[in-house]
Design a protein around this ligand. Structure first.
Ligand code: LMR
Length: 344
């Protein structure tokens, strides 16, 4: 009698080759399920310390995501340019090496000339005016102005009005003679300092403290929280509050990454970002006051406020810069920004 071979139908009703196929199918399904259960990772790279409004915002974002999307989304934060400086961060975002970044407005110039509006000297009267413009139709549209490059703006985050510093009091434009200022890589700032007769050195934020210490640059401008957290006042004796421009950020993501998120996760992240944005902006106002006071209390530096007559001289020199950037930014956007100076 011949023995039956493996082609024989087993009690399960399947021949061996068929059973193998089912087994492989089940393994593939298991692997797919295991993959689906892996949390989505959001890497957030930025350049300031945790003790700044942006650093605070990044940590709060992580905390809220961990509470509300536990097991579904994981956030990794890379502060203090530990992973990328601002210029690199935008490329990293496009290459899928990070998912969130919040560079200052000047860093977006290669992707949107319109965003330069935020850096124009003496355009916005104060932070409230900046915020009104950001909520206006033109301001909301700017969040989408880099979509064709694959960058999506999610929110505006504040820091504060910029303050200029040097080792001599800067009261009038004549006081700037022969100084060398570190600037962000910004054509507007370059034009501003050219008008003041100052040499400029564009440099990543992370290198400024050392450059001031070594005397590679002899002046700089930044918001109080950046100045204090980096200790620029260890090397700069005089800080002038001209209230000429505002340092703020756009929180951005890779547009494709964002569009491909599951809808319910994207919606929850949007709610979290709205809450975090409120907190960041509240924190920015507090820090603009408290870190200013800390610099004064350190007794290492003096804060200079300008008289109306001094300010008039500054404005005469710096407001015309607007004209140079009108065609790049768009007159309509500049006009909407000016309208935002009128409180409603
Ligand atoms: C700078 O480059 O000085 C700032 O934009 C840094 C920052 O992100 O606040």
């Amino acid at each position: 009698m011949r023995t039956q071979r493996s082609s024989v139908v087993r009690p399960s009703g399947l021949r061996w080759p068929a059973r193998l196929t089912v087994l492989i199918g089940m393994l593939v399904l298991l692997a797919v399920n295991a993959q689906a259960a892996e949390p989505i990772v959001i890497r957030f790279s930025h350049v300031t310390s945790e003790a700044t409004p942006k650093g605070h915002g990044a940590m709060l974002f992580k905390k809220m995501v961990e509470q509300r999307l536990a097991g579904k989304v994981r956030v990794e934060i890379y502060p203090r340019a530990l992973k990328f400086n601002d210029d690199q961060a935008l490329l990293a975002l496009l290459f899928g090496d990070v998912e969130l970044a919040a560079p200052s407005f000047s860093k977006f110039r290669s992707f949107s000339r319109q965003i330069q509006v935020f850096d124009l000297p003496f355009l916005f009267s104060d932070v409230d005016a900046v915020n009104r413009f950001q909520r206006s139709e033109a301001g909301v549209k700017l969040l989408d102005s880099m979509l064709s490059h694959g960058i999506k703006g999610l929110a505006y985050w504040d820091n504060g009005m910029r303050v200029m510093s040097a080792n001599r009091p800067l009261r009038t434009p004549q006081d700037f003679k022969r100084l060398r200022f570190r600037i962000e890589p910004s054509a507007v700032m370059q034009a501003q300092y050219r008008a003041l007769g100052v040499a400029t050195v564009p440099m990543p934020f992370g290198q400024v403290r050392e450059a001031l210490k070594m005397g590679l640059v002899t002046g700089q401008e930044n918001a109080w929280s950046n100045i204090y957290s980096k200790g620029f006042h260890d090397f700069q004796k005089y800080f002038t509050e001209a209230r000429h421009s505002f340092l703020g950020y756009m929180l951005v993501t890779n547009a494709e990454f964002w569009a491909n998120l599951p809808a319910e996760i994207r919606a929850e992240l949007e709610k979290i970002i709205a809450k975090v944005t409120d907190e960041v902006n509240k924190n920015a106002r507090e820090k603009a006051e408290s870190d200013r006071q800390r610099v004064i209390d350190s007794k290492k530096a003096e804060v200079i406020t300008l008289t109306d007559a001094d300010l008039e001289e500054w404005r005469t020199l710096l407001v015309p810069i607007r004209k140079k950037f009108e065609s790049q930014i768009g007159l309509e956007i500049i006009e909407q920004a000016m309208q935002a100076n009128q409180a409603r």
